[in-house]
Ligand binder design. Structure first.
Ligand code: AMP
Length: 223
């Protein structure tokens, strides 16, 4: 997601990164979220919605638009987001549960930069390997299964908020192939926002309805 946002010139807003950082810095938000995150549960909607609403109002996001990573994850989050800003695309990266569990076991996070690697698919550079750590809610099978169960329950309530803007993407392919597809599709969507007339009347209406704020936002969630 970070790489995609950089390529598209969007601000990368990851709720997982933001809340991990808040927990590490023991901010009031982090202290409220910690217990939920430690148990692999969702942070309550009120907290996460308030965080995202505030973040979307910051000048960098207003000027450049953003790629939301890991939000929305519940029906109320999705409805709040859809009502607040014009979402251009909602991308669901599809991976079977078993493969997700295998990926989670090999996932490592860099506590200094927050970068996430996978020892098999996205190997870390040699100079950071020694400091990498598993994420606590990835390496515990029980906690991970809870996250999967919760995901399946909620995704059905999220999809209707974005209608035809939902893209299901097969993420069982090599990372570069998935990245290439996403970049092409999202660049086309961003281009349609920048030059709505180019795609014809239908595309123009889809890209820039009169009431839409100027930001270009897209949200990504991972199955
Ligand atoms: P992630 O790195 O995106 O998997 O997020 C890590 C953890 O942060 C999750 O297991 C939740 O506890 C919390 N979190 C992140 N995004 C959300 C969200 N949209 N709604 C509720 N909790 C979230």
């Amino acid at each position: 997601c970070k790489r995609l946002a950089a390529q598209l010139g969007l601000v990368h807003v990851s709720t997982g990164d933001a809340f991990r950082d808040a927990v590490a810095r023991r901010t009031p938000l982090g202290l409220q979220a910690k217990g939920y995150m430690d148990r692999g549960r969702f942070v309550p909607d009120e907290l996460i919605i308030q965080f995202v609403t505030d973040r979307l109002a910051e000048p960098d996001v207003v000027a450049r638009g953003c790629l939301l990573d890991g939000f929305p994850r519940t029906g109320p989050q999705a409805r709040t987001l859809a009502a607040a800003v014009k979402i251009e695309r909602f991308v669901v990266l599809q991976v079977p549960d078993k493969a997700l569990q295998t990926r989670a076991i090999a996932r490592r996070i860099d506590p200094v930069t927050g970068d996430i690697y996978n020892l098999t698919y996205v190997p870390p550079p040699a100079d950071v390997v020694a400091r990498l750590e598993p994420r606590q809610y990835d390496d515990d099978a029980g906690t991970f299964q809870t996250r999967l169960d919760v995901y399946h329950k909620h995704i059905r309530q999220i999809i209707p908020s974005f209608g035809q803007r939902v893209w299901m993407v097969d993420a069982m392919r090599p990372p570069d192939a998935v990245f290439g597809d996403l970049a092409r599709c999202l660049e086309a969507a961003a281009g349609a926002v920048a030059a709505p007339a180019a795609g014809g009347a239908e595309a123009a209406e889809e890209a820039a309805p009169a009431e839409a704020p100027p930001q270009f936002c897209c949200a990504i969630t991972q199955e």
